[in-house]
Design a protein around this ligand. Structure first.
Ligand SMILES: Cc1cc2nc3c(=O)[nH]c(=O)nc-3n(C[C@H](O)[C@H](O)[C@H](O)COP(=O)(O)OP(=O)(O)OC[C@H]3O[C@@H](n4cnc5c(N)ncnc54)[C@H](O)[C@@H]3O)c2cc1C
Length: 390
């Protein structure tokens, strides 16, 4: 067994191997069909549920393994080997972007109702924060929830919501305190709730098998029992989960970039030109060697940032961890895209053909510097913590 980095234990190595084995057998042979359909079939997600793959972060008392950020990073990197990032993000939104909100803030009743279904894949989760007029500026959201009897009435529009078309439950953020920019509350809103609808299944540049929705909340009434966490504290609860989200996006990208490097190295070794192989050409072998070094550096940095997050006893990442993770998100996203660019380039015309994996991986990677915190926003997070926090 090769230890991939200093933070990876035997247990994590086993998770990595099991996940790579799963995507090799269950995803790679079918991914093209799912891309055409714009959907990951539910039976493959249920199969993952049956294998316990959705429970890494779920506390043991709720049926999971109760592991920390390093387990999520390992899982995400292994998913990246699928070469179908649309599949990877379908899973990671469920386990690591929406799931932590439920696990961190859920009441005993909410956990009892939703965690078993989340673990089995019977209910696929989504997180509804972004709006047509508020993405990076989360606090600028316009959706409102107003107290109404024993519950709340929610109005607004959410966009770019992964798993929002076919998923069973969206964790919706809405403004509950009009007097405060940060007065936001999170709500559990199951699909099928009156007034809650998919306005559009969005058509994308990449991540084609991942479903992405524009969702409308038109006078949606939810009971007090559907408030997730503390009223008016949703902004801070969302921020707390952002580090995990950023971490899995980059770790997935590392796995994907490694697959791209491996497949490109094979291609340039096989491809004959100028009386030899493409891999004999100094320009190509040196660039590919540098690409490997860059991805090794991003891998090390993202596991290190994951380890920093894992050190906080209360689960709230330290300022140093936020700074490290924001930096990795910014640098890693650009490095991964640059690697994908070179890998496509060295496939020549074939790299531009829909039939090659690299053509898809290049498109899929483009969202990494945008989603879950754009590069420029991440760099501001680093800068703020470099010069003082005021
Ligand atoms: C395929 C896909 C899936 C997604 N899934 C989800 C999901 O499941 N749930 C969810 O809630 N959201 C989701 N998102 C939304 C995603 O997180 C946002 O797109 C992202 O946060 C950027 O917000 P925006 O698109 O509104 O861009 P804007 O905020 O309008 O920013 C546009 C650009 O301006 C620059 N910029 C922004 N702010 C600053 C700044 N402070 N300083 C310097 N430059 C800046 C950046 O380059 C940025 O890319 C998804 C998006 C996509 C495309």
């Amino acid at each position: 067994m090769t230890l991939r980095n200093a933070y990876v234990t035997d247990e994590l190595e086993a998770i990595y191997d099991q996940t790579v084995d799963f995507v090799t057998k269950e995803v790679i042979p079918h991914g093209e069909v799912w891309e055409e359909a714009g959907k990951v079939p539910r039976d493959v997600l249920r199969k993952m549920g049956d294998l316990g793959m959705f429970g890494l972060r779920v506390p043991e008392e709720h049926g999971g393994l109760g592991m920390g950020p390093l387990a999520s990073a390992t899982f995400a990197e292994a998913l990246g080997a699928s070469t179908f990032a649309g599949f990877d993000v379908t899973v990671l939104v469920h386990t690591d972007m929406a799931g932590p909100h439920l696990l961190n803030s859920g009441s005993p009743g909410q956990l009892a109702e939703w965690v078993p279904k989340m673990l089995s894949g019977e209910a696929i989760l989504s997180i509804g924060v972004t709006e047509p007029d508020a993405g990076s500026d989360v606090a600028g959201m316009r959706s409102t929830a107003v107290k109404d009897g024993d519950g709340w009435r929610i109005n607004g529009t959410k966009t770019f919501i992964t798993n929002g078309v076919y998923g069973e439950m969206t964790i919706v953020a809405a403004k509950t305190n009009p007097d405060s920019r940060y007065g936001i509350t999170m709500f559990l809103v199951p699909a099928g709730t009156e007034g809650f609808s998919v306005a559009k299944k969005l058509s994308k540049h990449g991540w084609l098998c991942s479903d992405t929705a524009e969702l409308v909340l038109d006078d949606v009434w939810v009971s007090d029992d559907q408030v997730l966490g503390t009223v008016h504290r949703g902004f801070y609860e969302t921020m707390r989960n952002f580090q995990n989200e950023r971490m899995v996006i980059i770790a997935e990208g590392v796995g994907a970039a490694q697959a791209a490097i491996d497949t490109t190295n094979e291609y340039v070794y096989e491809r004959k030109a100028f009386g030899g192989r493409l891999s004999d050409l100094g320009a190509i072998r040196q660039r590919m060697a540098m690409n490997q070094a860059k991805i090794d550096a991003v891998r090390a940095a993202v596991y290190h940032a994951a380890w920093m997050c894992e050190q906080s006893a209360d689960g709230i990442p330290s300022e140093a961890a936020v700074k490290a993770m924001s930096g990795v998100k910014a640098f890693g996203a650009e490095a991964i895209n640059q690697v994908m660019y070179d890998c496509l380039q060295f496939h020549g015309g074939m790299g531009y053909m829909r039939e090659t994996a690299i053509e898809r991986m290049y498109r899929d990677a483009r969202i990494i510097p945008i989603g879950g915190g754009a590069t420029e926003v991440m760099l501001e997070e680093v800068a703020k913590r470099s010069y003082g926090m005021d």
